[in-house]
Ligand binder design. Structure first.
Ligand SMILES: [Zn+2]
Length: 498
C-alpha cells in the first residue's frame, strides 16, 4: 500500500522529476566535436537558461516545468521566517531539519564553490561517475582527493551514467559495482550512491545493496503537492532517498531556501539538495556560483536555529563495505561478421519505442522527432529521424554506449568498416565513438556527408583510422545536422582486420 501511495505521488506530482528528464530528449552520449557549451546532462540548449523577467520571478515562478509542484512551497505563499519571529513577536517554531548538499555528475565547475563551502563550514556529498574522472570538463582524481581532504564525501553515480532501469541487470551491476570498485581503489570511502536521472527499479535497488552501498538517492518526491517537505531521518527506504526537485538554472535563491523552509515548517527531517552544474546559465541544471554561495551563507547561519548540514554518509552511517566488481561483459561468440546487436531495429523487448541497444541522441538548438516505423528495408521496422528546425548541434540514432551488454568488443589497432541502408531528404553522415578502458565514451570521427537518397541506398564507410590503442569498443550512428528526414535500417559493423 505504501509503495502504491508512493507510486501515486510520483505519478501525480513528481513524475517529471523522478527521472529528472524534464526537457531531455536524449540520454547521455559522447559528444561529437562541435563546440560543447551544454553538458550532456543539461538536457537543454543554453537559451533554456535565460531567466524570465523579474516580475515573473517575483510572482513565484520557479524552475522550468516545476511551477505546479513548487507552488505549495512558493516564497510568496509562505510567511517569511527570516526574522525568526512574526510581526507580533511570537517565535516561529522550526522542526529539526538536516540538509545535505549533493552534487552530481563530476562536473569540474563544482570546484568553483570548494573555498566557499570551507568558508561556510559546510561539508557536501559529491556523486561521481568514475569513467568521467580526468576527462575534459570533469574533475580529476586529485580534485576529488582535495575535496575529501576538506571533509566532503565522495560517492558513486555509476560508471557512465545510464538510465539504469532500461538496461539489463548485469549491465546495471557493471555500472554500479565497477564505479564503486574503482572509487574504492582510488582510496575513497564510498558508501552512498545516486541513481543517474534519479531512475531505479526494485532490481536496481537490490543491485545497489549487493555492490556494497549503504544508501541510494533518487530525485523528487519532496516538497511537491501531497509530498512531505523532508525525508525521514531514518529514510523510509534508504535505497530510494527522496529529495526536492533538482536545482535548475532559473531556480531562484528564494526557491532554494524554500526547499529547506518547507521541511522546517512541516514535520522537519532531511532535505538533500540536488545540484549539477555550478556556472552562469551554462545548462538547464546549473546554478550561478554567486547564488549558491549566498545560499551556503544563509544555510550556515541557520545552524543557530537548529537546521544543520551533514553529508549523506553522516546521516546514513554504516561501515565502508568491501568492493564487489560487477560481472564481466559478455564475450560475444560472433566477433566475425556483423558485431552489432539488433542491427535492423527489429527488437524492442521493453516496448518503449526505442529499439534495444540503440539510443536517440544529439544536442544543440533544433527541433526533431524520432520514430520506429514499419517502412523497413528488411524485416518489420526501421528508425526514422526528422529535424524540422535547425540552428546548431546535431541529432542522431546511435548504438547504445554501455559497458558490454550492447556495445561490441573491439580491438585496438584493428580497422572497422561501417555500412547502413537509408533514404533521406537531406545529407546524413556517419559519426563514430569509442570506449576507453575506464568506461568513458569518446567522440572518434565522422564521415563526409553522404548523398541525399530518395529510395533505399546503402552507404559504406571504412573508418579511416585504426581503433586507438586505449579503446575497446565502438558505437556507431547516422547523424543529421540540417533540416530534413532520414529513415535508416540494417547497420553493419565489421572488423576488417580479422
Ligand atoms: Zn547525474
Amino acid at each position: 500500500m505504501r509503495r502504491l501511495l508512493h507510486l501515486l505521488c510520483l505519478l501525480l506530482c513528481c513524475a517529471p522529476f523522478v527521472l529528472d528528464l524534464s526537457g531531455c530528449q536524449a540520454p547521455p552520449e559522447a559528444k561529437a566535436k562541435e563546440p560543447c557549451t551544454v553538458s550532456q546532462d543539461s538536457c537543454g540548449p543554453p537559451e533554456a537558461c535565460d531567466l524570465p523577467p523579474a516580475s515573473l520571478l517575483d510572482a513565484g515562478s520557479i524552475a522550468v516545468g516545476a511551477a505546479r509542484d513548487d507552488a505549495a512551497i512558493d516564497g510568496a505563499t509562505i510567511p517569511s521566517a527570516e526574522a525568526g519571529a512574526t510581526p507580533g513577536g511570537e517565535s516561529i517554531v522550526s522542526k529539526p531539519t538536516t540538509v545535505s548538499i549533493t552534487f552530481d555528475d563530476t562536473f569540474i565547475d563544482q570546484m568553483k564553490v570548494k573555498d566557499a563551502l570551507r568558508a561556510a563550514g559546510l561539508r557536501a556529498t559529491f556523486y561521481v561517475n568514475s569513467a568521467r574522472i580526468g576527462e575534459d570538463t570533469y574533475m580529476t582524481e586529485a580534485m576529488l582527493h582535495a575535496l575529501e581532504a576538506d571533509g566532503h564525501e565522495i560517492a558513486g553515480h555509476t560508471v557512465n551514467h545510464p538510465n539504469l532501469p532500461t538496461v539489463d541487470p548485469d549491465e546495471q551491476r557493471r555500472q554500479i559495482c565497477n564505479d564503486r570498485f574503482t572509487l574504492l581503489r582510488m582510496g575513497f570511502r564510498v558508501t552512498s550512491l545516486a541513481y543517474p536521472h534519479g531512475a531505479y527499479s526494485p532490481v536496481t535497488q537490490e543491485i545497489a545493496a549487493a555492490c556494497g552501498y549503504n544508501s541510494a538517492r533518487s530525485v523528487g518526491s519532496l516538497g511537491c503537492d501531497g509530498c512531505p517537505g523532508g525525508e525521514s531521518m531514518a529514510p523510509r527506504d534508504p535505497f530510494a532517498i527522496r529529495t526536492p526537485v533538482s536545482i535548475k538554472c532559473n531556480t531562484t535563491l528564494d526557491a532554494m531556501k524554500n526547499q529547506v523552509l518547507a521541511a522546517e515548517r512541516g514535520s522537519g527531517g532531511w532535505v538533500p539538495i540536488v545540484l549539477h552544474h555550478v556556472c552562469n546559465r551554462c545548462g538547464r541544471n546549473s546554478v550561478p556560483p554567486a547564488t549558491l554561495i549566498e545560499f551556503f551563507g544563509w544555510l550556515a547561519a541557520r545552524a543557530a536555529r537548529g537546521t544543520v548540514v551533514r553529508t549523506v554518509h553522516e546521516i546514513i552511517g554504516g561501515d565502508v563495505k568491501p568492493g564487489v566488481p560487477g560481472p564481466p561483459a559478455p564475450l560475444r561468440e560472433v566477433q566475425r561478421g556483423n558485431i552489432l546487436r539488433n542491427p535492423g531495429f527489429e527488437e524492442d523487448a521493453d516496448g518503449d519505442g526505442t529499439p534495444d541497444c540503440w539510443l536517440k541522441g544529439g544536442d544543440g538548438a533544433n527541433t526533431f522527432t524520432f520514430g520506429r516505423v514499419p517502412d523497413a528495408h528488411t524485416g518489420s521496422f526501421a528508425e526514422r529521424l526528422e529535424v524540422t528546425a535547425f540552428t546548431s548541434g546535431a541529432r542522431r540514432i546511435l548504438t547504445r554506449q554501455d559497458l558490454g551488454f550492447c556495445a561490441p568488443l573491439a580491438q585496438a589497432g584493428h580497422r572497422y568498416a561501417l555500412a547502413a541502408w537509408y533514404k533521406s531528404t537531406t545529407a546524413p553522415r556517419f559519426s563514430v565513438y569509442y570506449r576507453e578502458p575506464s568506461g568513458f565514451w569518446k567522440y572518434w570521427t565522422q564521415s563526409r556527408l553522404l548523398p541525399v537518397c530518395g529510395a533505399w541506398c546503402e552507404a559504406r564507410w571504412t573508418i579511416p583510422e585504426a581503433l586507438p590503442a586505449d579503446a575497446d569498443s565502438i558505437s556507431v550512428s547516422l547523424t543529421l545536422d540540417s533540416v530534413g528526414a532520414i529513415t535508416m535500417d540494417d547497420f553493419t559493423l565489421v572488423d576488417t582486420s580479422e
